[in-house]
Design a protein around this ligand. Structure first.
Ligand SMILES: [Zn+2]
Length: 63
């Protein structure tokens, strides 16, 4: 009797629960989308624009 052992634990990608959108530090929101939704923001801890819905940083503070 062959026993199939599937012990491959699926490692969930470490996706942040919150993104820059929820960060107190995100300022200067900019919309680059055709639908007028805000996509980019600035963070005082980063030189470049950040994605509101994707990026987060070590200095995250929930708004
Ligand atoms: Zn930040």
């Amino acid at each position: 009797m062959a026993k199939k052992t599937t012990t491959t634990k699926k490692e969930a990608p470490s996706k942040p629960q919150y993104t820059c959108k929820d960060c107190k530090h995100s300022t200067d929101w900019q919309n680059k989308g055709a639908d007028g939704s805000m996509i980019f923001c600035r963070c005082q801890f980063h030189k470049w624009c950040k994605f509101l819905n994707h990026d987060y940083c070590d200095n995250f503070i929930k708004r």
